[in-house]
Design a protein. Structure first.
Length: 262
């Protein structure tokens, strides 16, 4: 009887120990499956925008650029392949304004990008669209043809000839074997008129000579000029004598003429 009771007692102790161990394991498993605390909500990104003209612009136009961002934002920069350097002025109440010149680009739509840093360190980004339309180019005005004018088309050796050239070129001159030196450079007045004086060469022979006119290094006209090498220039008419200059020869009547030997 005692032996049977002892076996029962030992069995009871073993069962109690098994239950105790199983209970601890269950407790441990329950603790491992406990839910972890939920993560905190992320901070929303700062808002920003960049504004450019909505209507088409042309190369060379000066346009306004407006940026809005949280007050105190830093390192704000606007860039676009269709714009030159964009200079933003000091910000006021979260608004920055500036100007830029439209670059010489083809017609089309171009992106405009804003970058910067918000006061809390968050990155700022925004975009806009700029439309460029050059339109039909204006036709270049056709310059008026160059012209040549001489004060005379005839001269004797030593005579002077005034030359006038009108041209849109930056320089003008004439060349002729009839003139001393062969070439005469003309002086411009800055308004398209060039003038100069040529002297008929002392050794020029009687005949016709060509005068070639040049403007901008290119010949634009040739005119004919005649030279008379024989004889002397026309004699100036004699000035009539005044009554006080008349001389009365002795023993003669005053006829109003100078004596024959005068």
């Amino acid at each position: 009887m005692r032996k049977a009771r002892t076996v029962r007692t030992l069995s009871a102790i073993a069962l109690a120990s098994t239950l105790a161990v199983a209970g601890g394991a269950a407790t441990t498993a329950f603790a491992a499956e406990a839910p972890s605390p939920s993560p905190s909500a992320s901070t929303p990104a700062a808002k920003a925008s960049v504004t450019v003209p909505s209507s088409p612009v042309k190369p060379g136009d000066a346009i306004s650029v407006t940026v809005t961002a949280p007050a105190g934002s830093k390192n704000l920069a606007v860039s676009s392949s269709a714009l030159g350097a964009v200079k933003l002025g000091p910000g006021k109440d979260g608004t920055w304004t500036g100007t830029a010149t439209v670059a010489d680009v083809r017609d089309g739509g171009y992106g405009v990008a804003l970058t910067g840093t918000a006061p809390d360190g968050a990155k700022l980004q925004a975009t806009a669209q700029l439309t460029v339309k050059a339109g039909s180019p204006k036709p270049k005005p056709t310059p008026a043809p160059s012209t040549l004018q001489l004060s005379t088309d005839f001269g004797r050796p030593g005579d002077e000839v005034v030359i006038t050239v009108k041209s849109s070129a930056k320089e003008a001159y004439v060349k002729s074997a009839a003139f001393a030196g062969g070439r005469v450079d003309l002086k411009g007045d800055g308004k398209g008129t060039f003038t100069g004086t040529a002297t008929v060469a002392a050794d020029a022979k009687t005949g016709y000579y060509g005068i070639e006119a040049f403007a901008g290094g290119r010949k634009f006209d040739t005119v004919k000029f005649s030279v008379e090498a024989k004889g002397s220039p026309a004699t100036k008419p004699l000035k009539p004598l005044t009554p006080g200059e008349h001389k009365t020869p002795k023993g003669s009547v005053n006829t109003g003429q100078a004596p024959a030997d005068a």
